[in-house]
Design a binder for this molecule. Structure first.
Ligand SMILES: NC(=O)c1ccc[n+]([C@@H]2O[C@H](COP(=O)([O-])OP(=O)(O)OC[C@H]3O[C@@H](n4cnc5c(N)ncnc54)[C@H](OP(=O)(O)O)[C@@H]3O)[C@@H](O)[C@H]2O)c1
Length: 425
């Protein structure tokens, strides 16, 4: 039986200190529980200054505490800690980091639609090349409780969350390096993501939903190694505390990664691919479908403590098949340009050599490797029995097909589907 020891029962405004809990006993300082912050207050607060906790009104918790008498006659107050999974979504507080990314924005929207209380951490300038102002970020994360902070600095993140003064039930991370560079990958895909785990755990989080990538199965790139290291930390955390759980989501290719040639082909250019165009395949998944799958991970017990590879509803598609869909939609004869993969290997060799002499070229060499990886490796489940990628064993989810997506881009262009800062993924 889990025991909560309530040391005081009073409202509090300033002592927003959440101590790291032991797994079995939670000793709360005066701040026992709060009525969740009204989103309007928080959005106002976050856009002004986070360190003004007195704006909030907090309700004193009036727990119904069961008491038992021990053999020695002492009365022990006991109360099982309710699993967040038994609560109403409106009473479940989700901390979302990476909320301003391609997937993160959709995840925030989906979680809000499902009625959760979403605290979205954002930078004061967000988006690709920091193009979004605070107002634009607030607009994009409409209805979320937006908290401007810095996930790369644990103490800053902790202070921001202290100022909010709310417990966290679940952390959802859609963080990712925007560059894929060597140092930035470790800083974001590992360290900042770890900061969100620590800060969430210090506020009671019992579950972590991680957006990872299916390509970590065959790790050759730094961002994959950084993601794998965090996945391992998450699994260890769950092994050490049976009340803590995780869902690691490893999606296949995103639509944005496959749409880059639509407008070129529309302008009469050939569809470019490497090798014979059959070197790799994927089951692409839309932002909306992936966000829905990630939202399922918050409450679904069958997704607990699992690594979850996930693709979209299409069958596995090679670059040739993707190109054929596109030409068919345009009513044109397919026109392919097949580039020998050896050209990429040569370029990577040159970049690697230069990076050894000029360390500042380390990231350029890494981008070459990322491009090579996506040109030749399938984004499908790697079958441990055969060591081969398996289309059949890659689970499908959702409704949005690549054909729908190509149709939309032909009609409306690539707005909202921009690639990251390195224009690779
Ligand atoms: N592309 C694909 O086909 C594919 C396929 C499978 C899996 N994945 C994986 O999916 C993940 C997410 O992808 P995505 O496209 O949604 O990512 P994204 O659009 O690049 O978003 C990255 C998020 O992380 C935040 N972030 C990055 N650097 C930060 C920093 N220094 N400080 C604070 N926040 C920072 C960004 O905030 P700002 O807005 O403030 O920059 C943004 O919210 C990646 O891990 C990727 O490997 C991608």
């Amino acid at each position: 039986m889990l025991i909560q020891v309530y040391t005081q029962k009073m409202s509090c405004f300033t002592s927003n200190v959440y101590l790291p809990f032991s797994s079995k006993v939670q000793v709360y300082k005066p701040c026992l529980s709060y009525q969740f912050i009204n989103p309007v207050q928080l959005r106002f607060l976050s856009s002004v200054k986070l360190s003004q906790p007195s704006i909030f009104s907090r309700q004193t918790l009036n727990p119904v505490v069961a008491s038992t008498t021990t053999e020695t006659g002492a009365t022990v107050f006991e109360k099982p800690i309710p699993s967040f999974r038994n609560k109403n979504p409106k009473d479940i507080n989700l901390l979302v980091v990476g909320s301003t990314g391609y997937i993160g924005k959709f995840v925030v929207k989906e979680l809000i639609n499902r009625g959760f209380n979403v605290i979205a951490i954002a930078r004061e300038r967000s988006g690709i090349r920091a193009k979004n102002s605070k107002d634009e970020t607030l607009r994009q994360l409409e209805a979320a409780n937006v908290c401007f902070s810095d996930v790369t600095q644990l103490d800053t993140l902790e202070r921001s969350l202290d100022d909010l003064g709310v417990p966290i039930d679940v952390v959802v991370s859609c963080l990712a390096s925007r560059t894929g560079g060597v140092k930035d990958s470790w800083k974001i895909d590992y360290e900042a993501t770890k900061n969100s785990l620590i800060a969430g755990r210090n506020r009671g989080a019992k579950h972590f939903v991680l957006l990872s990538a299916i390509c970590v199965q065959r790790p050759l790139l730094e961002f994959q190694r950084a993601k794998l290291k965090f996945e391992a930390d998450l699994i260890k955390e769950a092994e050490e505390d049976s009340e803590f759980t995780y869902s690691i989501v490893r999606p296949t290719a995103f639509f944005k990664s496959l749409g880059g040639q639509v407008e070129l082909v529309k302008d009469g250019k050939p569809y470019v691919m490497f090798g014979d165009g059959m070197l790799c395949a994927c089951k692409p998944i839309s932002e909306r479908d992936l966000a829905s799958f990630m939202a399922d991970c918050v409450l679904d017990k069958d997704k607990v403590n699992r690594v979850l590879p996930i693709g979209g509803p299409d069958k596995a598609l090679t670059p040739v098949e993707q190109g054929e869909i596109l030409f068919r939609l345009m009513g044109k004869e397919p026109m392919f340009l097949k580039v020998p993969i050896g050209i990429m290997d040569f370029a990577i060799g040159v970049l690697d050599f230069l990076a050894k002499i000029f360390p500042s070229m380390e990231d350029a060499a890494e981008y070459g490797k990322i491009g090579r990886y996506y040109a030749a490796e399938s984004m499908l489940l790697l079958d441990p029995e055969t060591g081969e990628y398996s289309a059949e064993k890659t689970p499908s989810y959702g409704k949005d097909t690549l054909e729908d997506f190509f149709q939309r881009v032909l009609r409306e262009g690539m707005s909202g589907q921009e690639l990251g800062e390195q224009s690779i993924f």
